[in-house]
Design a protein around this ligand. Structure first.
Ligand code: FAD
Length: 414
């Protein structure tokens, strides 16, 4: 049974979407994610693995086009529906939800700019794809640049001694790209293209950056070994190396003048989506724990009959409900606002990932010893939630970035 929907204005379409995605996520993604969790990272991405099978099923359902308008053949969902979609997908598997979310990076930028050449190259083939062979990734993090690269409007962007490690220079009217992205690139081992954040003007430091949409199946691109990690193991991640890779002029979509603003806009969308993913994960952990507490007997009665357990369950319930209410509000506001107000997206990401971590941690406590056992799914959800507090920006540095924005807005140019 799904949770009580507090939004009494949900339409029949929203309700239908919620039930359909929830069912798919529990029937297809959850069992696959548990299977992939046990595999070495190399095997997750092998052709024929259940990862590819699940991604293809999502593409066949059109789920990969969740952010693409119906004008281009996408699902054309409204902001509340987008939130519901991500919540329910992440309920079954946050790793698959992140992989699908990253798959649309290039197409998302291309539809935003709406230039024919970009639509032809990055949107049409993506929308028509049914086997997940057309897949994007977001290449921002580098071996020497994690938090600083994701901190628009802070002093890092003004410091000329800090520049992205992936750089591009112009030759005969084309961009030539060299450098390395870190092992944390989601979909790095499997993506066919990348929304690549790089440096165009080293004299300006990080703010001399640019963004290009680049084909990864071309000479000069190589990939590292898929990353073995603690949580979200169904999500393939890995390094990407560029050695004099050619990018046509028209695919360099952002120059230094708008780089910082585009980084902020990207963070605004990505962090709002993280709020939705981790609301879904928190709900899953809460539901699982409530069920367990009705089954486990201690002291001659069910755990749920003990008053302290009821209090703990209530605390978890409050965290899930507040995460959903805030995350939906932030996403709906920011999908309707240009540019998005990034401090709300950051607040949603930080709040929801911490709520998910606390809920999964409380869940482990209530499961007792069984919570630590790999036989129980809650153990995986705890690891998945832990990764969320670093993913898409560490919660500490994101909080500092948003705090800096709050103060700057209050003081104006002072
Ligand atoms: C599951 C997952 C998925 C990811 N997916 C992607 C992806 O698709 N694409 C991509 O490009 N990247 C991705 N990342 C990378 C992610 O964005 C970075 O891990 C994150 O930005 C933090 O960078 P870092 O790991 O280099 O940590 P660092 O920046 O090295 O930070 C290490 C620690 O130091 C703290 N710290 C850093 N700077 C300061 C400061 N100035 N003051 C105080 N404390 C500071 C941080 O809070 C953190 O606790 C992903 C990461 C994870 C975990």
């Amino acid at each position: 049974m799904l949770y009580t929907e507090l939004n009494i204005e949900l339409t029949d379409e929203h309700q239908h979407l919620k039930e359909q995605v929830h069912r798919f996520s529990m029937e297809v993604l959850r069992p696959a994610s548990l299977e992939l969790d046990k595999l070495p990272a190399d095997d997750v991405v092998k052709k024929g693995s259940i990862y590819w099978d699940c991604m293809a099923k999502m593409y066949k359902n059109g789920y990969h086009t969740v952010l693409i308008s119906d004008e281009y053949g996408g699902l054309g969902l409204d902001p509340l529906a987008v939130h519901i979609f991500w919540e329910e997908l992440a309920y079954g598997s946050v790793g698959f939800a992140v992989s699908l979310g990253c798959s649309c990076f290039a197409a998302f930028y291309a539809t935003m700019l709406a230039e024919d050449k970009l639509i032809e190259k990055f949107v049409i083939p993506f929308v028509n794809c049914k086997d997940a062979s057309v897949m994007s990734c977001w290449g921002i993090t580098e071996p020497d640049h994690g938090s600083d690269n994701l901190a628009p409007r802070t002093s890092f962007f003004k410091d000329a001694s800090l520049t992205q490690q992936v750089k591009a220079h112009k030759k005969n009217g084309e961009w030539i790209i060299s450098g390395q992205k870190s092992a944390w690139i989601s979909n790095g081992p499997v993506a066919s293209n990348c929304a690549l954040f790089l440096n165009l003007d080293p004299s300006k430091g990080l703010s001399g950056g640019g963004i290009c949409l680049i084909d990864l199946n071309q000479d000069g691109v190589t990939r590292g070994k898929p990353l073995d990690k603690m949580g979200q193991r169904e999500l393939p991640q890995g390094e990407i190396f560029f050695d004099n890779v050619i990018c046509p002029e028209e695919y360099m979509i952002v120059d230094p003048e708008s780089y910082e603003a585009m980084t902020e806009l990207t963070l605004g969308h990505a962090n709002a989506t993280m709020g939705a993913y981790f609301t879904g994960l928190a709900q899953a952990a809460y539901d699982m724990t409530l069920q367990y507490c009705t089954e486990r007997i201690q002291g001659g009665k069910r755990l749920c009959d003990h008053q302290w357990v009821q209090k703990k369950l209530f605390d978890m319930f409050v965290k899930v409900e507040t995460a959903r209410a805030f995350s939906r509000a932030a996403m709906i506001y920011n999908m309707n606002t240009t540019p998005p107000d990034v401090k709300y997206s950051i607040a949603s990401k930080v709040y929801c990932t911490e709520a998910a971590f606390q809920v999964t941690s409380d869940a482990i406590q209530l499961f007792g010893g069984y919570g630590l056992s790999k036989e129980f799914t809650i153990e995986k959800l705890f690891r998945d939630a832990r990764a969320g507090m670093i993913e898409d920006g560490s919660n500490d540095t994101l909080s500092m970035t948003a705090g800096n924005i709050i103060v700057k807005e209050k003081l104006g140019d002072e």
